[in-house]
Write a protein that binds this ligand. Sequence first.
Ligand code: BGC
Length: 244
Amino acid sequence: MELVGIDIGGSGIKGARVDTKKGVLRSERLKIPTPKSKKPKDIADTARRLLDQIGYKQGTIGIGIPAVVKDNICCTASNIDKSWIGCNVEELFSDALGHPVNVLNDADAAGIAEMTFGKGKNKKGTIITLTLGTGIGSALFRDGILVPNTEFGHLKYKDSIAEKHASNGARKKKDLSWEEYGKELNDFLQYIDFVFSPNLMIIGGGISKKFDNYKKYIASNLNVTTAGNYNDSGIIGAAMSAYK
Ligand code: BGC
């Protein structure tokens, strides 16, 4: 089945047509910068422009957003405008896009793609996908079942919360060298490993493409790999979530 997946991030809104049975993009991956206001209406209008560019409007459209989504209500807003909190995201996007939508957390979307087509495929036990971008997203699976909205990037950690230390956003903001960043990431992964004893941790987000730059700082006791679809998992998983 071919469906559109849209991945809304802190810096860009990305989307494409996806073959949800094969887990591959069926059109070029398009990206529009996230509007500066990061308000619901501006982001929904930008998603509409992206959909027009993708030029394909069949079936339900899957949308990943960087927030907790419970019963179609957005419950958090860390790297987006606070007016998202309490917003009915199903109504917001279906009105703006003129199509039925399914909205879920962006990292959960990436995790769904990884568990079906990527490094988590056919793997049992506790598998955690961590997306390292502006913030840190997490998707926790136990024997293939998703526990949604886990938000490991917001665990209280060191002097603040985890994503202020180990996200790609933190690396850029603090201008960390790869060595400094690799050590920060290792500390965070050790923490997650201690709390959850995962069988595997899968690193996603754009920075997973640069894993070679920092993998030597990740200790060998950790079972860590990079996402199979790199930064496309969010788009692929969003489209998959829309296939009912
Ligand atoms: C948000 C998460 C999101 C992650 C990655 C965090 O700041 O709280 O919901 O998954 O960023 O975008």
